[in-house]
Design a protein around this ligand. Structure first.
Ligand code: SF4
Length: 451
């Protein structure tokens, strides 16, 4: 498993006396979406209570901290920074005391016109407390006149890019999804309470049921047990859900377009089997996100599926190592190999993506050194050639290895007998929604981006 940055995971509860405890559990289920910092803000109808910290959810929240978060409404956030530094002042939810009363937001995504927006807000007198793009949204909401829903619509009229938001006032919980619907956001129910989560796996974690997705461009306001939906009516060219959510980010047990993400990844594997027929003895997944695609490939081809890699789940994230050499060492420490599973065999390794190439090289070297007679690599998406501006922390185009080598050259460089990628069409068909963002593969960005 590689570690791409992503901002972030959001969660919200309205109408439960255990709002903060449920939010803690929901954030724990969304830990894969952000591991730098975590926070919860709750409301008892009069005032906000807040606890934030750097690190993983269980390390940030003690039982005492959760007990201090009073009230029936709460929002929570797990952060990975793509805009703004990794420091406590940038941890979310962000809060402000304004003429509307207290306001808190948690943001998943990345805005693409932050420079102009920030300059404009500073000229209008805004004082920024953080270096995040999310604070821009907060300032826009506080500076706008009229109802909060009108302020949200005004904000949506000026910001560009990706945002799945949870917003809290003293007495309301609000969910907002950008008009293109880049990142997921869903609504659930638990004993009369309303739940909002980045992924449905968080509903399962607290025993809630999935109600529906928040629609692209929708504003959902929950107050006193009632729910109201408003739609942002600016004409947008098309919906563009981030395909990399399905490939890598989302948990396999989360629902996407009516299927589990695991089912989508199994379909990636079946499509790879149709596109790349290889004579081999075993299919080896790179854990975790390669597992289901490898399973789909093995089921379709009848080549045995072998869990030869053993992942150490307790290591820090490899990409946090600032120097390339250190990153290679960290990757080696992350995956061990059961040598006897591949020794003397023709092996297909199945991974979710190749970005810089150093993780793929290290993994294939392990298999070769264990005595495999052939090593082929299949990747459950097309080659990555372009950076992402919508919340996924890919390197620059220059650091993406597919931009420097042909397939054959790359196979040789990685020490492989062959290398194959899933085509864009097959990938989109397997996800099953015709309106996807594929910009990191084909460079067709659905919004203006700061290139
Ligand atoms: S550019 Fe790639 S990673 Fe970014 S939103 Fe689009 S599909 Fe997702």
């Amino acid at each position: 498993m590689k570690n791409f940055g992503h901002n972030c995971g959001v969660f919200g509860v309205s109408g439960s006396p255990s709002a903060a405890a449920l939010t803690f559990t929901g954030l724990f289920a969304l830990q894969h979406r952000g591991q730098e910092s975590s926070g919860i803000v709750s409301s008892n109808g009069q005032q906000f209570f807040e606890h934030k910290g750097m690190g993983l959810v269980p390390n940030v929240f003690t039982p005492t901290a959760i007990a201090s978060l009073a009230g029936n409404i709460a929002i929570g956030h797990n952060r990975y920074s793509t805009t703004g530094n990794s420091e406590l002042r940038n941890a979310q939810p962000l809060t402000v005391e304004c003429w509307r009363g207290p306001l808190a937001i948690g943001h998943n995504g990345n805005l693409t016109n932050t420079v102009q927006l920030r300059e404009n807000l500073v000229q209008r007198g805004a004082n920024f407390q953080t270096t995040t793009d999310s604070e821009i949204i907060l300032h826009l909401l506080t500076m706008s006149h009229g109802t909060l829903v009108q302020a949200i619509v005004d904000m949506m009229n000026v910001v560009e890019g990706a945002y799945s938001l949870v917003i809290m006032t003293r007495d309301s919980l609000i969910a907002v999804r950008d008009p293109l619907g880049f990142h997921p956001l869903s609504l659930g129910r638990l004993n009369g309470a309303w739940i909002i989560a980045s992924e449905t796996c968080a509903f399962d974690a607290i025993g809630a049921t999935f109600e529906r997705d928040v629609k692209p461009g929708e504003i959902v306001v929950i107050k006193d047990g009632a729910i109201e939906s408003f739609s942002f009516n600016r004409v947008v060219p098309r919906r563009t859900f981030c395909s990399f959510e399905a490939i890598y980010f989302m948990r396999p047990d989360s629902l996407l377009f009516g299927k589990t993400v695991a089912d989508i990844r199994i379909a990636f594997g079946a499509a790879l089997a149709r596109e790349h027929q290889i004579d081999a003895d075993v299919v080896v997944p790179v854990p975790d996100s390669g597992i289901y695609a490898a399973w789909g490939y093995a089921n379709t081809t009848r080549i045995p599926f072998v869990l030869a890699y053993v992942r150490n789940h307790y290591l820090g994230r490899s990409f946090l190592q600032p120097v390339s050499e250190s990153r290679v060492v960290a990757v080696d420490m992350k995956l061990n190999l059961i040598r006897s599973f591949v020794e003397g065999k023709r092996v297909i390794v199945l991974d979710d993506s190749i970005v810089r190439g150093n993780t793929a090289k290290s993994r294939c070297r392990l298999i070769k050194e264990a005595g495999a007679t052939e090593v082929h690599m299949l990747v459950s998406c097309p080659p990555h050639r372009h950076p992402c501006f919508y919340g996924i922390d890919f390197p620059s185009a220059d650091d993406l290895i597919a931009n420097h080598h042909s397939n054959g050259e790359l196979a040789r460089l990685l020490g492989l007998d062959s290398l194959g990628y899933l085509s864009e069409d097959s990938m989109a068909r397997a996800i099953g929604d015709c309106s996807l963002c594929l910009a990191c593969f084909n460079g067709k960005y659905p919004t203006p981006v700061p290139l």
